[in-house]
Design a protein around this ligand. Sequence first.
Ligand SMILES: [Zn+2]
Length: 100
Amino acid sequence: MKFPEKIRKYCPKCKTYTIHKVKIETSRKLRRALSKGQRRAERRSKGHGNHGRYSKRPISNWKMHSKTTKKYDLIITCSECNKSRHMSLGRLKTLEIVKT
Ligand SMILES: [Zn+2]
C-alpha cells in the first residue's frame, strides 16, 4: 500500500482540520539488552542434557509463522501545534510512504 507523506486530519488540540506529517512507527529499543527472563533462560540452558522448559524453542520461532501480513502503525504529527498521535492501519503486506 502507498500512503501519502502529508494528510489532512482533525487535530484535537487545534480543534480544526490541519496538515499532518506521516511517519511509520518502528519497534522501540529495549531498556536493557536482555530482559530478566532472557538472562535466566540463558543461564539455565548452559551445559549438557535436558534443560526442562528451557529445552523448547521459544513460541515465536515455530508457532507464529501462520500470518503473511504485518500490522502497521503510523505516527501523525500536526504541523501547527507539533502534537503527535497514533493511527493504526491494520494488516498490510507492504507499506511505503510516497511524496506528494
Ligand atoms: Zn494541532
